[in-house]
Design a protein around this ligand. Structure first.
Ligand code: ATP
Length: 309
């Protein structure tokens, strides 16, 4: 089983062009990077769980229902009796996506007592996003879980630098992210994030594997011994939202397929699969756009992985 730890939230996506200030209509979508990864893993045919927190409200119930429909185990999702489910308002069109994210919501209130260790103990890989690190008490909880799991599970971390979440706390942001990187076996980082981290003197490496995403150019997979660059899968993208999360889901499934055994050949196979899944996800709208295992069987890159699971 692969378990994700992090936010699950409502994305209110602007249904029309224009600044958030002027937008009149929004569409409600389930989102949150770790939740997207869990759904991707489940669609690829591997058992998936999510550890998170939602409010005791209609949005929380909607998210639990949608995750269950996707086959994700929701036993690790705590219900907050005080805080509401997280909501983000997003304008995706235009040069730069803009969003409004609310503090004081359930996922930022994730506490030690909310963590279901039975689920974590059953997990081969536990994946973390970086949003929980931006606020307390979710930050302390997340770093504590990562430390507790060290040497007990493979820990994956997606750097995903979101400056607007940290506002004027850039130094604290880099320090906290560096701490989480230090606890990661598998690190996923984009090429731009890698440059930023290196500029700060931060070594961005996973103990086992580092995956660097390059947008349409594909990815680089790096271990202590090997480095391979795998070209992107040629597609005509219509919406790249969640491409990084689709990539992570497939990367982790690939890692499980080869039981963390990395050679140039297995890395190439994992990278081809991750690029295929992420590339295809950009041809559908929304963050939950990973194709299902059955649809992928026509691709040799996917059969190579599924035959090992
Ligand atoms: P985020 O979703 O947060 O932007 P990210 O920065 O990791 O995450 P990208 O590097 O843009 O995302 O994309 C992740 C992966 O998705 C790439 O490594 C690639 O496999 C695939 N991908 C993204 N854009 C394209 C594209 N235009 N054509 C083909 N594949 C793509």
């Amino acid at each position: 089983m692969i378990t994700s730890v992090g936010e699950v939230l409502i994305d209110m996506i602007a249904a029309e062009e224009g600044n958030l200030k002027d937008v009149k209509r929004f569409e409600k979508h389930p989102g949150g990077a770790p939740a997207n990864v869990a759904v991707g893993v489940s669609r690829l045919g591997v058992k998936a769980s999510l550890i998170s927190k939602v409010g005791n409200d209609p949005f929380g119930r909607f998210l639990l229902e949608r995750l269950k429909e996707e086959g994700v185990n929701t036993d690790g999702i705590a219900i907050d009796t005080e805080k509401h489910t997280g909501v983000v308002f997003v304008q995706l069109k235009g040069a730069k996506p803009s969003f409004i994210l609310y503090d004081g919501v359930a996922y930022f209130n994730l506490r030690r007592e909310d963590i279901n260790f039975n689920i974590l103990e059953d997990s081969r890989i536990v994946h973390f996003g970086s949003v929980l690190l931006a606020r307390s008490p979710s930050r302390e909880t997340m770093l504590w879980v990562m430390e507790e799991l060290r040497d007990r599970a493979v820990i994956s971390f997606d750097v995903n630098i979101r400056r607007d979440l940290w506002r004027n706390r850039e130094e604290e942001m880099f320090k906290t992210i560096e701490k989480a990187i230090g606890l990661a076996d598998i690190l996923k980082v984009s090429d731009e994030e890698l440059k930023l981290l290196e500029g700060e003197g931060i070594k961005a490496e996973g103990r086992l594997l580092t995956a660097i995403t390059l947008g349409k150019e594909g990815c680089i997979l790096r271990t202590q011994e090997y480095e391979v660059k795998i070209p992107g899968y040629p597609v005509k993208p219509i919406d790249t939202t969640g491409a990084g999360d689709a990539f992570t889901a497939a990367l982790l499934v690939g890692v499980i397929a080869f039981r963390e055994y990395f050679t140039e050949s297995t890395l190439m196979k994992i990278g081809r699969f991750a690029n295929l899944v992420a590339g295809l996800s950009t041809t559908k709208r929304g963050a939950w756009s990973v194709p299902r295992r059955e649809e992928l069987m026509k691709y040799s890159e996917a059969r190579e992985i599924f035959s090992k699971l």
